[in-house]
Structure formats: C-alpha cells, structure tokens
Design a protein. Structure first.
Length: 160
C-alpha cells in the first residue's frame, strides 16, 4: 500500500507513517467495509447491477476498491478521467450510455450532496444521500431537491 500511495502521490511516505494512519482510521473503515459487503451482496442477490462513479481517477479508485476486497461486487468502476466529473449532466449522460441504461433504471447512491445528488437530479435520476455523520445533508446544493437520506448503507435493505 505504501508503494502505491508514494507512486500515485509522488511522495516518499515511510511505512511507519502509513501504519500510524491505518491504525487511526483503519478500524472505522474495516467496520464500514464489513457492513458494505453484506449490503452489496444483498443488492446483487436482489438482481441489481452495481457500478462505481467517482470523481477520482479510475485507476486509483479501482485500486482502492480492490484493496478493500470490494471489487468483485462491481461490474465496472468509472472515474472522472473516463466519462467526466460529477455533478455535470454530461458525465451522468456518458455513464448511462456506457452502462446501456436509462435514468429510470438507475439510482445514484452517494455521500456528496453537491456532486452526487445534484448531478443525479440534473439528469432526472433518483438519488440517495449517504449521510453517516449527519452533516452532509446540511450542505447547500441548489440542484439537490429530490432524494432520500440514509445514515447507514444497511438501510438500503429496507428500501430495495
């Protein structure tokens, strides 16, 4: 992991520094990853096709997802370098074209009201805001008008 971060960020972090970061934040991510896996399996078993649409570069996001052992759940990972950046309508249109779906067949689940929810609303796609800490729905985003708020991914099992 240290080699990957150093290469991608063109830095020279030492292993000890990375271990300290992982110790501080790792347990939280491990807990969330376990809940996420259960929920992803639930959604796949219900017949949903799952994709990732990120404003990160696709190569970096694919590596992050792989490192969390979540890659097997997603058909494809899209980055802003491939199809454009959220919240722009063109990026969402490109996504729909790439996956061969209509806006009515998709739901955007995201944790950023301005990029994820506004972008989905701009193309008429349904949206769900993941607001784990209770602060993300407080942000201003004029285009974000039609969406559901959840505090935990497990709540998706009550929706779908």
């Amino acid at each position: 992991m240290t080699d990957f971060v150093n290469k991608e960020l063109d830095t020279d972090f030492q292993v000890e520094f990375m271990e300290e970061i992982i110790e501080v934040i790792g347990s939280k991510f491990c807990r969330e990853a376990l809940v996420t896996k259960e929920t992803l399996e639930y959604l796949i078993n219900k017949g949903y096709n799952l994709y990732v649409f990120s404003n990160f570069y696709s190569r970096i996001q694919k590596e992050r997802i792989k490192n969390l052992s979540l890659d097997k759940y997603f058909i494809r990972v899209f980055g802003s370098d491939e199809i454009g950046a959220k919240p722009f309508k063109e990026a969402f249109d490109n996504l729909l074209k790439e996956i061969g779906a209509t806006k009515d067949e998709c739901i955007m689940i995201g944790d950023d009201k301005r990029t994820d929810i506004s972008g989905a609303n701009r193309v008429g796609m349904k949206a769900i805001l993941l607001d784990i800490d209770g602060t993300r729905d407080l942000k201003q985003a004029e285009d974000a008008k039609d969406y559901i708020v959840i505090k935990d991914l497990k709540e998706l099992e009550n929706i779908f």
